[in-house]
Ligand binder design. Structure first.
Ligand code: GDP
Ligand code: MG
Length: 423
């Protein structure tokens, strides 16, 4: 069974918690894109963890975890993330963590360039996590990046570094007037943080193909959501990678394989971190209350997230581009405080009402059309079946299911591993 677990919205839908839950029935979990801009929160019997680079299967004994070729890896961040988990008692060895030799290394100058450019943009900033993701993907496509497999041939890296650093200095020092980069510093950084992973780096494509041939099951864990996809999201306020499930086999390193199932993770309301059009956004007291109720502060950055009601045009579009077979609806419990629940049912674009999700300037100008559904006003966090829910909560789920046109199979009513039920 090859299953993608991907975000339907703007990210932070609860992918980490669903991977942690569902990985029980899988052998391998692969992260297929993005880098340490991810913040996947998992709360289970071992504690609370925020994973940036490591797949959310790392917390289960016996699960194999792979960082796929579609990823960008800041090895210093990885080093620290692994150390932190080890201190919490999580065992991480080359047995349960494998890093693709084709994954791209996110270097300190990528992070620096991200920060320099966001600062230059000032008020027009993209709201980047400032972790170097856009600059490193740019270098990947410029074919100037280093890959994890290069660490196995360190002399070759040392030979290539001076030319790459000379090229980088044209922008870092020549353009932004920042301090000149030195090839020696970069070699040292790679030695300190990259070389400790030498035994973890391998041909994960071969490994995965063999494992699948032997009948092993795999989860492909996405970062961010459909609306942040580089091609299909709210460009340019997207991430720099393909967040959609169709990219999972490529980013995981097994492009010839086909997915058996895509589970779309969709939040019962909306949240969005960073800049960009967010039509359904709620402001003032209404927004503040929802943000507090949902604890909507970035897992990777701590930034307050923008919030809004469930967005039908955006979510239906997300379901379509993800090709979701089934949905996990998360954080339903968060809405329990509301007398009436705001739902953005359509957009007003150029004076016309539409349920389609526009792009570019049309999206920037879109105005939300809100409808209010009756709330259930009671604690549902103890519900473990659809039948346990109050009528109004049932109605809300069925209403959303109809609107997005995809079966809601899982509903989560709390952050803990067991706080969910299957429909
Ligand atoms: P991800 O990036 O998609 O993995 O999501 P995040 O971890 O960034 O954000 C989801 C947040 O919601 C985390 O703090 C989770 O612990 C929390 N969470 C997940 N599912 C539920 C739920 O059903 N109810 C509540 N109240 N919180 C949840
Ligand atoms: Mg997150």
């Amino acid at each position: 069974m090859l299953t993608a677990i991907a975000g339907i919205n703007w990210g932070d839908e609860g992918k980490g918690r669903m991977v942690d839950l569902l990985s029980k029935n899988y052998d391998i979990v692969v992260r297929y894109q993005g880098g340490n801009n991810a913040g996947h929160t998992v709360i289970n019997d071992r504690g609370k963890f925020i994973l940036n680079l490591l797949p959310s299967g790392i917390l289960r004994e016996g699960t194999i975890n792979i960082l796929g070729p579609g990823m960008v890896i800041d090895v210093e961040h990885l080093y620290n993330e692994v150390e932190k988990l080890r201190k919490a008692g999580i065992v991480i060895t080359p047995e349960n963590l494998k890093i693709s030799d084709r994954a791209t290394i996110c270097m300190p100058y990528h992070k620096l360039l991200d920060i320099l450019e966001e600062d230059r943009l000032g008020d027009a900033k993209f709201g980047s996590t400032r972790r170097g993701i856009a600059p490193v993907y740019a270098d990947k496509y410029m074919k100037k990046a280093f890959r994890m497999g290069d660490l196995l041939h360190f002399e070759a890296i040392k030979k290539k570094l001076p030319s790459v650093i000379e090229w980088k200095n044209l922008t870092v020092h020549g353009g932004y007037k920042a301090e000149e980069l030195k090839a020696g510093d970069m070699a040292l950084w790679l030695e300190n943080y990259g070389l400790p992973f030498k035994d973890y780096i391998c041909d994960t494509t071969q490994y995965l193909n063999n494992a699948i041939d032997e009948g092993k099951s795999v989860i492909f864990e996405a970062q961010l959501g459909a609306l942040r996809d580089i091609d299909f999201g709210i460009y340019p306020y997207t991430s720099s990678s393909s967040t959609i499930a169709a990219y999972a086999p490529i980013g995981a390193g097994i492009p010839s394989r086909k997915l058996d199932c895509t589970i779309g993770i969709m939040k019962a309301y909306s949240s969005c971190v960073g800049e960009g059009p967010f039509t359904c956004e709620l402001f003032g007291k209404e927004g503040d209350e929802l943000r507090e109720a949902g604890g909507e502060y970035g897992a990777a950055t701590g930034r307050p997230r923008r919030v809004g009601g469930f967005d039908v045009p955006a979510s239906r579009y997300g379901v379509t581009v993800q090709g979701a077979d089934e949905i996990a609806l998360t954080k339903l419990d968060v809405l329990s405080y509301l007398n009436t629940i705001p739902v953005c049912v359509a957009y007003n674009v150029d004076g016309k009402q539409t349920e389609a999700f526009p792009s570019g300037e049309a999206l920037a100008d879109a105005k939300p059309v809100y409808e209010y559904l009756e709330g259930w006003k009671s604690d549902i966090s103890g519900c473990r079946s659809f039948g346990d829910l109050p009528e109004k909560a049932k109605e809300y789920i069925l209403y959303i299911q109809k609107k997005v046109g995809c079966r809601i199979k899982y509903v989560s009513v709390g952050a803990g591993r067991d706080e969910y039920f299957v429909l």
